[in-house]
Design a protein around this ligand. Sequence first.
Ligand SMILES: Nc1ncnc2c1ncn2[C@@H]1O[C@H](COP(=O)(O)OP(=O)(O)O)[C@@H](O)[C@H]1O
Ligand SMILES: [Mg+2]
Length: 430
Amino acid sequence: MNPRLVFWVPAVLRLGLVAGAAGIVWWMAGAVTALAFALVIVVTLLVVQLNYLHKLGEWLNDPKSGKLPDGWGAWTDVFARLYRLRRDDERNRDDLTEWLARFRQAMHLLPEGVAIMDDVLFLEWCNPAAERHLGLTLERDKGRRVTNLIRHPEFIDYVILGRYEQPLTLAIRGRKLVVQVIPFENRRQILVTHDATESDRIEAMRRDFIANASHELRTPLTVVVGFLEIALADPGLDAETRTAHLKLMTEQAQRMQRLIEDMLTLSRLESDEYPLKRERVDVHKLVEQVANDARALSNGRHQIEFEVDGPDLMGSAEELRSAFGNLATNAVRYTPAGGTIRLAWRRGPDDLRFEACDTGIGIDEQHISRLTERFYRVDKSRSRETQGTGLGLAIVKHVLLRHGGKLSIRSTPGKGSVFTASLPNTSLQG
Ligand SMILES: Nc1ncnc2c1ncn2[C@@H]1O[C@H](COP(=O)(O)OP(=O)(O)O)[C@@H](O)[C@H]1O
Ligand SMILES: [Mg+2]
């Protein structure tokens, strides 16, 4: 219905009622009484209206304080509508607050830095990643000019010249940052920062790995190709030389084979497509096999002992065999003839550990932290002599990482080394 009618019809009816009642009084008690009667009623109505107006005024002073009275006549509707308005307003505000909180949290978790600046480059807001990347503190730096906060000539040029199509790469506080400005709302700009240090490091590692692997393969390949060329150039080579050449070629081919196998093992260990297969590992059998392999490699030149004093564990038998085997064969390779090698599986204070202890050449302190790097060797020629690929300890590290364990190395040059593969005790089940 028309709201105007809704308001005016009852109001006019009410006034009509008063007039009607006054008419009846007039008829019964004369004009003066009727006028007095009408006056009293009109004044009463006025007082009631004023009272509600006052209440409305009070409520408007502090709308949150309480409920409005139900009201009377047209006030009922006015109060009800006001009340609804306030409730909707509160709900909207709650929604907005919740949304803002969610947005803040998302911005907090974002690994990319986001900073909002106004048209004259004053900082308005930034997230924690931007604080970290750019060395800002929102509370302190809010309202300050970004070019005063990030005093980097390249950055200042970039921001002032306004060529924002391309991101800018900066070296800030030892990290590599990619920053880009995105204008928005025509008076504001967003500064987005991305920390590329880690991806750069991985890229460099990948490059190094390819360079090293190619280099490692090239050397034996050169030898093989050399002998093949000799054989082709001189078909009448005597049988003895020919056999010697074939033997050398076979050695080099086997070296390449070992290298490729280790590289494949490493890439499998790193790949998500080969998740760890956990099974119950019979550690006694495993250590015995490892010791036997070590004895075969040593060929009687070392005394090799093993001891199993710890429980079985859950893990990949194949991977653990490769890890423990690498530690054992290293012990053999880097221990001169006559030395002793002790392999042991035992409980540590809060872990289970495999120890490979030798009386070999030992390792200088400065090399220890780098031994698990791919192709890192203390003595390159010795490693080749002993058929090492330079990937053994990298494989050990990865296997342990996959099992939640770690490798620690103690060594005294000239006396010997202890390599300890520590595995979490939780891997023991049943
Ligand atoms: N038991 C050990 N005693 C002395 N040096 C060792 C021992 N184990 C490993 N190393 C050193 O660590 C380097 C890396 O080991 P590893 O990754 O297994 O490669 P490699 O194929 O050369 O054996 C070796 O080249 C060697 O210098
Ligand atoms: Mg090795």
